[in-house]
Design a protein around this ligand. Structure first.
Ligand code: DX5
Ligand code: ZN
Length: 216
């Protein structure tokens, strides 16, 4: 199966979310990547469930919600109710990660775990079979438009080897600084899902840019 493209709406025009969603509906993207930031786990605040609910009225594809918040367990049901299909929590924000993953799955969502750039993929080894998606942060979370951290390639390869060895179906997502310069190499290293914010929304033809990332 070819890789998936998940444009990050963090870089979209918040004053025109309906049009941005309609543009994505017409594009070859696979998921919408939705970044929730609480100003505590990361030094920035983005938007929350009321905005996602409004957005979801205009979307036709799965919502991939990336929670950059402390204590995500408190909000799992709320994100289900506003339309999340994949719900990703940060390893660094969860004291009882196994319990959190079970709670996400019990709401019939796919369960994702995001790792900050400094967090080794080996820490997920005991739980890998329980994780639908690992989101490898290739920038420090909190802002769009940052430079891709090259060390990410080693993490993708190491994680892919663990997944193959265990024979599990966990997908690898890359989030931050993805462009057409690194997309192919990331897929070759084992990435299944590419998130792209600025590269898509700041381009002169986002639909074409998404197609280029899809066909890289
Ligand atoms: C960063 C977010 C990313 C961000 C990616 O904290 O998790 O999803 O929107 O943006 P770009 O593609 O601009 O690096
Ligand atoms: Zn993200």
């Amino acid at each position: 199966m070819s890789h998936l493209i998940a444009p990050s709406l963090l870089a979209s025009d918040f004053g025109n979310l309906q049009a941005e969603c309609e543009m994505l509906n017409a594009s070859s993207c696979d998921w919408y990547h939705v970044d929730v930031m609480d100003g505590v786990f990361v030094p920035n605040i983005s938007f929350g469930t009321p905005v996602i609910k409004a957005m979801n009225k205009h979307t036709l594809k799965p919502l991939d919600v990336h929670l950059m918040i402390v204590d995500p367990d408190r909000y799992i049901k709320l994100f289900k109710d506003c339309g999340a299909n994949v719900l990703t929590v940060h390893y660094e924000a969860c004291t009882h990660l196994h319990r959190t993953l079970q709670a996400i799955k019990s709401e019939e969502m796919k369960a994702g775990v995001a790792l900050n750039p400094h967090t080794p993929v080996e820490l997920l080894e005991p739980l890998l079979e329980d994780i639908d998606l690992v989101c490898l942060m290739s920038v420090n979370p909190g802002f769009g438009g940052q430079k891709f951290i090259e060390k990410t390639y080693d993490k993708v390869r190491a994680l892919k080897a663990m997944i193959v060895e265990k024979g599990c179906a966990t997908k690898i997502e890359i989030d931050g600084g993805v462009t057409s310069d690194n997309a192919r190499a990331l897929v070759d290293a084992g990435a299944d899902v590419l998130v792209a914010g600025s590269f898509v929304f700041k381009s002169s033809d986002p639909i074409q840019t998404i197609a280029d990332l899809k066909n890289c």
